[in-house]
Design a protein around this ligand. Structure first.
Ligand code: FAD
Length: 486
């Protein structure tokens, strides 16, 4: 007999879990069905190399909303943040620049390249912060439909406009961010290419855009809008990013939410124009009058909901919605931390850079984008090495380290080649870049997991990435079988 619930959540990523936890708190009987053996989606901690816990996909936290942290009481369920206070950006000539959560420290660093840029930074920071506050508020709004007719729409739109009546010219600042390129936006404030690159770096993260692509200015703000301590609001999570997902799950479970893993949803069932529940991969039916899907919109509306139940133009829009990615991730288990040529604790004012951006100029960032547009990975990728084990030793054997390399751009589909065939050459190029900035780093690698863009987006159904354990014998030997289950 079919089980019956008030609501069902498809997918146990952190957003699915959050939705389930809120519904459970509101008294709704809600199971969360996750197809993988672990919950968390892209916010997950997994032991891929024996003894080393990787934050396999997402690796630093800033955008988890303080309202959710507070209302779901996540701190009582094991959630904590270790702020990454200083973003270190090494340059090829051995110099460096720092973006810190201290405005004064950032100014001192910028001043080594341009006194004027250092002076203007506090005003820029304030200007961006004021715009960011508007966007932060908008995140909690249900979008209005300005084209909607009728009294109900009119009232909702009028209420919305009234709530934002004091926004003033910050409205136009938001339009600037949405329409200008990162380079054009930053050039209105700064003159040094190095200083501009520190901020423009963010514009390519999670976006297939270069620093001169219209609209890329918004992505800078998106990556600086976190409301936590740390440079740009970023921090490490003890135990890795999976700790966030586990804390949300525990919060929901205390209010009756059920979490099931290895529970793939095969279809979202519809009858008479209304959802009736879901059917899982093993043929079980779960009835509920509400189904919330945490799977991507393409999976939800093109695979799970029957096409006949949806308006044809809606299906066409979803099919045409571009969701490919050009980001890569290389997760490394190693003997020692990268020793950056450009780092000196005394000059930088902090003991070690746990959070680093390699992407020294606007032209460098632009080339990484252009290379991928030509159908191949950039030989000069921008790379974000993060070393959580500087602050969290619980995820590694004593004295060892985890280094996550997030970067771009690598095309979703390679020109006349496949990722399966090219993965080792790709990984070698990324590691070469690391050795350029931190000589000898790669000789201390004991295990590695390479995640590259892949057309089918099949491994996680969350993002177009695939786990490609390295073929290097030393490294492949230490990859756990679990990694292959990805
Ligand atoms: C490589 C990478 C690095 C990133 N780095 C960061 C970072 O450092 N900081 C940051 O804030 N963000 C980062 N992000 C983005 C962030 O991780 C995602 O935006 C976020 O995890 C999305 O969460 P979600 O819950 O909405 O979806 P997802 O994490 O995509 O979760 C969806 C879940 O649904 C499940 N699912 C799919 N189909 C089904 C089905 N049919 N039945 C049952 N379950 C199903 C999936 O298995 C998955 O668990 C990164 C993303 C990637 C890919």
């Amino acid at each position: 007999m079919a089980e019956t619930y008030d609501a069902v959540i498809v997918g146990g990523g952190h957003n699915g879990l959050t939705c389930g936890a809120y519904l459970a708190r509101a008294g709704l009987k809600t199971p969360v069905l996750e197809r993988r053996p672990v919950i968390g989606g892209a916010a997950v901690s997994e032991e891929i190399v024996r003894g080393f816990i990787f934050s396999v996909f997402s690796y630093v936290m800033s955008l988890l909303h303080p309202k959710a942290i507070r209302e779901l009481e996540l701190k009582a369920h094991g959630f904590a943040v270790l702020p990454a206070s200083d973003l270190f950006c090494p340059l090829p000539d051995g110099n460096h620049v720092v973006l810190s959560d201290s405005v004064e420290r950032t100014q001192a660093s910028f001043a080594r390249f341009s006194r004027r840029d250092a002076e203007v930074f506090p005003a820029f920071n304030r200007y961006l912060g004021e715009t960011t506050n508007v966007v932060r508020r908008l995140l909690l709004e249900t979008p209005i439909d300005p084209s909607g007719r009728g009294w109900r729409h009119f009232r909702r739109n009028a209420e919305f406009l009234w709530r934002y009546r004091t926004v003033g010219d910050r409205f136009y600042r938001t339009v600037d961010l949405m329409t200008m390129s990162a380079d054009a936006y930053l050039s209105r404030w700064f003159e040094s290419e190095v200083v501009k690159a520190v901020l423009a770096y963010y514009s390519g993260i999670g976006t297939f855009a270069g620093p001169r692509t219209p609209g890329s200015a918004y992505v800078i703000m998106h990556h600086l809008m976190g409301e936590h301590a740390g440079a740009g609001g970023w921090g490490f999570i003890p135990g890795g990013m999976g700790t966030i997902s586990k804390a949300i799950a525990r919060s929901g479970e205390t209010h009756g939410m059920a979490v099931r893993t290895d529970a793939e949803v095969a279809s979202i069932d519809v009858a008479g124009g209304r959802v009736t529940g879901v059917t899982t991969g093993d043929g079980a039916t779960i009835r509920a009058s509400v189904v919330a899907s945490n799977a991507s919109c393409k999976v939800t509306f093109l695979k799970l909901v029957p096409e006949a139940a949806l308006p044809a133009d809606f299906v066409r829009d979803v099919r045409n919605y571009r969701t490919f990615s050009t980001a890569f991730k290389v997760n490394i288990a190693c003997e020692r931390l990268p020793a950056y040529r450009a780092f000196e604790a005394a000059t930088c004012g902090f003991p070690y850079p746990s959070y680093t951006h390699i992407g020294p100029t606007i032209d460098y960032l632009k080339k990484a984008f252009q290379d991928a547009r030509e159908g191949w990975w950039s030989k000069d990728p921008f790379v974000t090495p993060v070393t959580p084990t500087v602050v969290d030793t619980t995820i590694v054997p004593p004295g060892k380290h985890v280094v996550h390399l997030f970067g771009g751009h690598a095309p979703y589909a390679l020109r006349n080649a496949t990722w399966e065939n090219e993965r080792d050459r790709f990984a070698a190029d990324v590691l070469k870049k690391m050795d350029e900035y931190a000589p000898g780093f790669t000789s201390g690698i004991v295990g590695m997991q390479v995640l590259a863009p892949k057309p089918a987006a099949s491994c996680m159904r969350i993002a177009p990435l695939i786990a490609l354990p390295s073929a290097s014998s030393k490294v492949a030997a230490s990859i756990l079988p679990a990694a292959r289950a990805l």
